[in-house]
Ligand binder design. Structure first.
Ligand code: PGA
Length: 256
């Protein structure tokens, strides 16, 4: 089964509206639609930059994602953003459960699950992040942690909903550290994630789900990582902030 490569840039808390537009303009000027047609290419700016970026990507194949979503439709949740707000702003993807949210903002598998259901309800494509901490890996708990995050995060959704959901395996020790998981380590974790999804939703669904690798992915390592059987793309932080770096990474991931 061939799964379409998906590369998403997670801009985190970087790029105001003018800077975000400038980055997209550079992406467009350098590549037009060429490489963006063969992979699904997504950029995920901060909320206040979304409007400018949605405008800037018009007429291209580049899609826009958000970095979080609240589970309620609306109401007294100061500082939060709903699925309806994202959808009406032109957003098509949403990152859920990034390790920085788990680490600094109290995200749990239960809140990931609630956000996932909200994203699906509003027909947004979720990118759900899972991954172990360094001490969990060193104490041999990687698979146990991934299993817990998957079972808790994906509880109560349908097989069809799972099939369109994207998973991002991001070992926390590799994020922003320059330490990338080796292709073998990443592949083993991806295979475990796919096996867990098969256990919950069946083999056919598991074969459809795209699993991205994230954690210091860059042009120099993207080709080898995405060549692994169960690695279907990347969730990119630092290397998504400069058009040249991001485009080189996309080309490498596509094996060009
Ligand atoms: P990084 O971040 O590429 O800068 O390691 C990846 C992520 O956190 O999504």
């Amino acid at each position: 089964m061939s799964r379409k490569v998906i590369i998403a840039g997670n801009w985190k808390m970087n790029k105001n509206a003018a800077e975000g537009k400038a980055l997209v303009d550079e992406l467009k000027a350098a590549c037009g639609n060429c490489c963006c047609c063969e992979a699904d290419v997504v950029v995920c700016p901060p909320f206040t930059t979304i409007g400018a970026v949605v405008e800037a990507v018009k007429g291209t194949a580049i899609k826009v994602g958000a970095q979080n979503i609240h589970w309620a439709d609306n109401g007294a949740f100061t500082g939060e953003i709903s699925g309806d707000m994202l959808k009406s702003a032109g957003v098509e993807y949403v990152i859920i459960g990034h390790s920085e949210r788990r680490q600094y903002f109290g995200e749990t598998d239960a809140t990931v699950n609630a956000r996932l259901k909200a994203a699906l309800k509003y027909d947004l494509i979720p990118i759900v992040c899972v991954g172990e901490l360094l001490d969990e890996r060193e104490s041999g708990k990687t698979e146990e942690v991934l299993t817990r995050q998957i079972r808790g995060g994906f509880e109560g959704i349908s097989a069809d909903e799972m099939a369109k959901t994207v998973v991002a395996y991001e070992p926390v020790w590799a994020i922003g550290t320059g330490k990338t998981a080796t292709p073998d380590i990443a592949q083993a974790a991806h295979a475990h994630i796919r096996k867990e999804i098969a256990g919950m939703f069946g083999e056919e669904v598991a074969e459809k789900v795209r699993i991205q690798y994230g954690g210091s992915m860059k042009a120099a390592n993207a080709r080898e990582l995405v060549a692994q059987k169960d690695i279907d793309g990347g969730l990119i932080g630092g290397a998504a902030l400069k058009a040249g770096d991001f485009l080189s990474l996309i080309k490498e991931a596509l094996g060009k």
